[in-house]
Design a protein around this ligand. Sequence first.
Ligand code: PLP
Length: 495
Amino acid sequence: MDILYRSTRGSSRKVKASEAILQGLAEDGGLYVPERLPAFDRTWEEFSRMDYRQTAFEVMKLLLTDYTEEELKRCIDRAYDEKFDTPAIAPLKEAGGAWYLELFHGRTIAFKDMALSILPHLMTTAAQKNHVKRQIVILTATSGDTGKAALAGFADVEGTRILVFYPKNGVSPIQEKQMVTQKGKNIRVAGIYGNFDDAQTGVKALFADGELTQRMAEAGFQFSSANSINIGRLVPQIVYYVYAYGQLLRMGRIRDGQKINVVVPTGNFGNILAAFYAKQMGLPIARLLCASNENKVLCDFFSTGVYDRNREFILTTSPSMDILISSNLERLIFSLTGEDPAQNAAFMDSLGREGRYEISDKMRAGLKDFYGNYASQEECAQKIGSLYRESGYVVDPHTAVAAVVYDKYRAQTGDGAVTVIASTASPYKFTRSVMTSLDPSCSSEDDFTLVDQLAGISRTAVPAAIEEIRTAPVLHDIQCGKEQMKAVVEEFLGL
Ligand SMILES: *Cc1c(COP(=O)(O)O)cnc(C)c1O
């Protein structure tokens, strides 16, 4: 049976998966959610024998029901190929009493590649299916990793253009270099004077700008989004949780049906929401551990039921999680209201006007499978060092946030369940903070010297993504205030 998608905020019409992917955001400003979550229709034993692509097909066919089998398989084959530096695509590594699910083997060495390798294919297929003649303009705000992964995914894709806004002083030097060296005829990258929330709010305002969309339509363009508000990002992220479970079963590390815990370093709440959806579709997950950095809005929300963004924005060593407005939380809130769009819209309105909202005790009861906590920068640095000394395994600062929160959870609960930690970035992407955590005396070296040192101590090869940018020329140097974002769009599209 077809799964349709509805908005979290209103009664606007239900759309097919391909339409939801094309549109990104619903017309009323809400996020698309599947009207129901279907159950997995393969056994865990069957999943344990599948490779990544087969798993992807079996999961995605359940939610993207208006794509034909052939279309979906073609998208999957094009996405999960040699762009990944291991045939496992998302390997599991055991270290320090947990399983690290390495989601950083794609082209830009962060977990965003897992979904952004396939989104351009899902989107161009959707455009064909819906007879869209206009060029699709991908407008994206990034806290560092989405931008590069989206640029790499959409560069020179026929029928699309892509424009990325990043916070000029809020990303790591390697993240910035990755973006400003991106090649492609259809792309534009701009740094804004502001933080990620400013970039994201600016992008949402452009989406909602009727006058702009009208002029774009006349010139043959329409917006879509590569941010994790797009259901075409969320669905591919469910896949790797199922795949991880299958791998643990295949290796004999769990029994068929045995429950595991999942820990996710969280920013915009997309990755952990995918794990929550996987659980609702039947994956044996006991608890979902939501790990925050010092911007611990979510951690406070889980402990008090109050979401309050009125606080200082802290630039941390895990920049991709420096977020105070976690967009995808709206999908969980909607679910907690019993799928009541009016109630959800009221919460989001309050968030927009006052920067806060408080959920009821009844809604809080729906959060019992979640555990929220946070890690300071100091704790992360220590964890990177101690994990390396104990096991030789090096994690990036985002993954370290999750590892610290997992330690706190175990100390508090004594829960020894088999646990998967989503490892969201390669340590090479954050070489400076990783290396100074391991050895403070190396802070005077330049970034690429540190890269070579990291390769030596972790006994891993320098990823191609890093080699590429060592000498690449800077191709983009636009910087602007947040009020000028519209002008950047107009100039890019020649409006
Ligand atoms: C985007 C990102 C996160 C946060 O993921 P969300 O889906 O936004 O919660 C964590 N770690 C890294 C490295 C990221 O790039």
